[in-house]
Ligand binder design. Structure first.
Ligand code: ATP
Ligand code: MG
Ligand code: MG
Length: 538
């Protein structure tokens, strides 16, 4: 753990009280299994892990907050476990809020008996208005017998029960509206993915959280600062139920420009088919950013660098990807690819006879990455854009080969065929001039010998899913979906690329960093996703 701390460069304190030697610290990460983890969740998980395992030698709990069966699925739960493991987070214990349904039920009965909770059938809209205006519910002073009977009806899940809920009797008009008799139990006759049809009543988050935190021995409950107003009711439950104390700490939620970090909205995007799925490289999920090419050490470093501060900022992706670039550069072998749609055949005059294959370093600086084959012959291709920029008798540089002089340029008769508006070059003759100084030329071009098995690779770049930096609550998501977010270019790459496997990260000279999403298979192109580097628009 020491090592990890050093790598992440993080060292924080959050004013944890009474830490002693730190072994008694217990934190928890409580995801609801209602979607895949996004990078906001990663922040919560990493911070809790940091305080439990790196800063102190304490305990990290993973608790599935599975109290809303309509939204929850086993698939999501499994994915959360996998994604945490991927991030190097290992909880010391795993539990479920649903493990405590019996205790929570008994606690609610106790509150009804003690007169600190009551059953209410006020319609939702009216309840909201009464809460806003500080008006007591007509049911607030019902008798204990009536309240208990109604809770029993709720427990049966029938037509009568379903119109009731249970509220804690905290306050009618406390200036903090979170204290105005919050709902603690609802009737919802849904099948639960773990408890099946045993329960027709489900406790709310507000009720479960302090009770289960306390029962499980949590010492420090870290939550995003939106919950600050709810700390008072959390502590009300602790005090009124005479539970062991828990310390609340708020930290800023993670936000990114042009990015949705809400499971509800991400679910909508997935279900509508706007993206390929939860692991789409445009999604801000752990799986999505991984597939886009972020490494786990980079993700950890970036997120832990934000720390437990309470300042909410709208982060931009540039620094995220710049952090990643630092991590991938030393592991990215270099290869060459040429856009295949308008590639230009070139005859190289003065090349050695035949086809010559040399072993070269995969990266000039990081030689431990190994060797690759570079094929030399008189029969090469270069990119149309490069060819179109050449002037007669200009001296240019063929990268990793040497200088050459442009001796002959053949153009197509139809100048409109070129997308750049320039005439399309259909062929070139270049005469090698190896004694020329590569430092003196302004054009360094990539090239590939045709006398090798060139590998078809489709390069894919992506753009943000939404068009507005910060979506407001009143914004309609559909109005801000970016209609074009996927850009594909067909290329041919050098023979070495045939060996790359899914997840390999590498660099194509002059094109940037890529991650293999689909390896080359006979007859089918490899697919490589462009990894942003923090420069440019995306
Ligand atoms: P979402 O709205 O995306 O579903 P949530 O808070 O409802 O988020 P949970 O599964 O309940 O989802 O979240 C688990 C933990 O992750 C909580 O402690 C929550 O505060 C934290 N969390 C969620 N989103 C963010 C975020 N953007 N930044 C930091 N922490 C977050
Ligand atoms: Mg939640
Ligand atoms: Mg939410």
């Amino acid at each position: 753990a020491k090592e990890k701390q050093k790598d992440d460069g993080a060292n924080y304190d959050i004013g944890l009280q009474d830490v002693g030697d730190g072994t008694g610290i217990v934190t928890r990460f409580p995801p609801e299994p209602s979607g895949y983890l996004h990078i906001g969740h990663a922040k919560a998980a990493l911070l809790n892990d940091y305080f439990a395992h790196e800063k102190y030698k304490g305990t990290l709990l993973l608790r599935f907050d599975d109290t809303n069966p309509i939204k929850e699925k086993q698939e999501f739960q499994d994915a959360i476990v996998e994604d945490l493991a991927l991030m190097g987070i290992k909880a010391d214990k795993v539990s479920y809020t649903s493990d405590y349904f019996q205790e929570l039920y008994e606690t609610c009965v106790r509150m009804l008996k003690e007169g600190t909770a009551y059953a209410d059938d006020t319609l939702q809209e009216k309840m909201r208005e009464e809460r806003m205006d500080g008006i007591a519910s007509a049911r607030r002073d019902s008798s204990v017998e009536d309240n208990l009977a109604r809770f029993e009806e709720m427990k049966k899940g029938g037509a009568e029960g379903i119109i009731w809920c249970i509220r804690a009797k905290m306050s009618v008009d406390n200036p903090n509206k979170a204290m105005r008799d919050p709902v603690i139990y609802r009737c919802s006759p849904e099948v639960h993915h773990r408890t099946g049809d045993t329960w027709k009543i489900y406790p709310t988050y507000d009720f479960c959280c302090p009770i289960v935190d306390s029962l499980e021995g949590v010492t420090h409950a870290l939550r995003t600062t939106e919950y600050n107003d709810r700390d008072a009711q959390y502590q009300w439950f602790i005090t009124n139920l005479k539970l062991r104390g828990v310390f609340n700490w708020g930290f800023a939620r993670l936000n990114f420009v042009r990015t949705l970090l809400s499971k509800r909205k991400l679910t909508k995007i997935v279900d509508s088919g706007f993206v390929w799925g939860w692991d789409d490289p445009r999604m801000p999920t752990i799986r999505g950013v991984r597939r886009r090419g972020v490494t786990i050490p980079a993700l950890r470093e970036f997120i832990l660098r934000q720390g437990p501060s309470k300042n909410i900022v709208n982060l931009d992706w540039h620094s995220f990807w710049a952090t990643n670039k630092k991590h991938i550069d030393p592991i990215a072998s270099r290869y060459t690819a040429i856009a295949s749609d308008a590639k230009v055949p070139v005859t190289v005059i003065g090349a050695r006879d035949g086809v010559i294959t040399e072993e070269k370093d995969k990266h000039a600086k990081y030689t431990d990455l190994g060797k690759k084959k570079v094929v030399f012959s008189s029969n090469i291709i270069i990119e149309q854009d490069d060819a179109a920029s050449f002037a007669q008798d200009e001296e240019i540089t063929l990268m990793n080969w040497g200088n050459a002089i442009v001796r002959k340029i053949s153009h197509s008769i139809n100048p409109l065929a070129s997308p750049s508006g320039l005439k399309t070059v259909t062929g070139l003759e270049l005469e090698l001039h190896l004694q020329g100084d590569v430092k003196k030329t302004s054009k360094k071009v990539t090239w590939l010998s045709q006398d090798q098995s060139l590998v078809p690779v489709e390069l894919v770049d992506f753009d943000y899913l939404i068009t507005k930096d910060k979506l407001e609550d009143e914004d309609v998501l559909e109005d801000f979906l970016n209609p074009k977010t996927e850009f594909r270019v067909k290329t041919l790459a050098d023979c070495n690329v045939a060996e790359l496997k899914v997840d390999d990260v590498f660099q194509f000279d002059r094109k940037g960093y890529f991650r293999i999403d689909k390896a080359f298979a006979h007859g089918e192109s490899a697919i490589a996703f462009q990894i942003p580097t923090g420069k440019g628009g995306k």
